[in-house]
Design a protein around this ligand. Structure first.
Ligand code: PMP
Length: 394
């Protein structure tokens, strides 16, 4: 065929890793590759009742078109239940419902990036965001991280070097992929930098509530005096990703633009799904549900760390994530985890090689492990198998 795709579409390529990871669908394989919540924790019975009730009582409205901004009672619930406790004092007028936070990332790219624009992100960063941004052909500038997240001195150097950068993208809580968390001091500074340099800071925060130890850190948005911090949230990791309900929380002048983009993209999120979600949040306590999730994930994290201590060569380094879904493993510099993945797949265990989380490439000696989606027994067995593969190199 002779198809004249846009430059943008030509830029989008299926990754070789994706092809490899298709193998992870085989049932005998132990996969630490995805980022899926544990399906046994979904509140299936309660959802059945709620879904029935919504159709029974609000059928005509639930099956109709509705506003682009989203179902107002759901936006109010997000403001009251999710944002106020995070120190974010806003009204429904600051909220747009999106199809997961993934859609908010795509819209962020559409809203800010022209070809060759500079955008700034952590090194490494979330693969789904990198791919969403990449389609708009930016230049990625990566800021190194330490155990407290993005290093602010390094960020300021980049801001001086690239004064026209369009936005800063950060995942401050239990980052995907590293599991690292941005310190409170750095959150304050990031909010100040947003105002001082007049550059939006996009705070992508799907994991903030999945805390295993200690207290929740204040959001960057809670320190925002300038209006330049855009906060993205989602019910995907704390409730059900299949509903595809996320939100953008931003200053009205910014939000208006997101709304126009949403209108052009899909008019609105599913009315019935928004109403079901709102009804669930009215009748049940999501905080209690999150406590159950935390309990299970904390155990799985513990088992994974204990197993790594037991089965991995002692020189291998990994993060001790204090929440979220992931831990991040660092091997000797000369090793290539894409190649090691091939061997791991032969042992029927999978992970995501780290290189793809660096938008400008390199860093092939890292990999990401997910602990939320496998049973404790499978975690032990999978890490044992991985340890066997890694031992060949140490
Ligand atoms: N941001 C980050 C950092 C993520 O890890 C994910 C999901 N893996 C998303 C956004 C997208 O989540 P969703 O669209 O399901 O809300």
């Amino acid at each position: 065929m002779n198809l004249k795709f846009s430059e943008r579409a030509n830029e989008i390529k299926a990754s070789e890793i994706r092809e490899l990871l298709k193998l992870t669908e085989r049932p005998e394989l132990i996969s630490f590759a995805g980022g899926l919540p544990a399906p046994e924790l979904f509140p299936v019975d309660n959802m059945k009742k709620i879904a029935y009730k919504v159709v029974e009582e609000q059928g005509k409205e639930a099956l109709q078109y509705s506003t682009t901004e989203g179902y107002t009672p759901l936006r109010q619930t997000i403001v009251d239940q999710r944002l106020k406790p995070a120190g974010i004092n806003v009204t429904v007028d600051n909220i747009l419902i999106t199809s997961g936070s993934q859609q908010a990332l795509e819209f962020t790219a559409k809203l800010f990036i022209d070809k060759d624009d500079v955008i700034i992100c952590e090194s490494p960063s979330y693969l789904g965001a990198i791919n969403a941004f990449k389609a708009y052909q930016p230049k990625f500038v990566e800021v190194p991280m330490d155990d407290d997240g993005m290093i602010i001195e390094e960020l300021e150097k980049k801001l001086r070097e690239y004064p026209n950068a369009k936005f800063i993208y950060t995942i401050p809580d239990f980052q995907n992929p590293t599991g690292k968390t941005l310190s409170v001091e750095r959150r304050k500074r990031l909010a100040d930098i947003a105002g001082q340099y007049e550059i939006p800071v996009v705070e992508d925060s799907p994991y903030a509530e999945l805390i295993f130890e200690g207290n929740r850190y204040p959001t960057i948005k809670s320190f925002d005096n300038s209006g330049y911090v855009i906060h993205l949230g989602t019910y995907s990791k704390t409730f059900c990703p299949g509903l595809r309900i996320g939100w953008v929380c931003a200053h009205k002048d910014i939000l208006q633009k997101y709304v126009l983009i949403k209108q052009g993209a899909d008019l609105q999120c599913s009315t019935i799904d928004q109403r079901i979600t709102a009804q669930f949040m009215k009748e049940y306590n999501l905080d209690e549900h999150i406590s159950k999730i935390i309990e299970v994930y904390r155990n799985r994290r513990n088992i994974m760390i204990e197993s790594m201590q037991k089965f991995f060569p002692s020189e291998v380094k990994y993060t001790l994530s204090k929440g979220g879904l992931f831990t991040w493993v660092e091997l000797k510099k000369e090793l290539n985890t894409k190649k090691i993945l091939e061997e791991a797949l032969e042992e029927k265990v999978a992970f995501v090689p780290g290189g793809s989380f660096f938008p400008n490439g390199g860093n092939e000696n890292y990999f990401r492990l997910n602990y939320s989606n496998m049973s404790e027994e499978k975690i032990v067995e999978g890490i044992k198998r991985l340890g066997k593969v890694l031992s060949k190199y140490y």
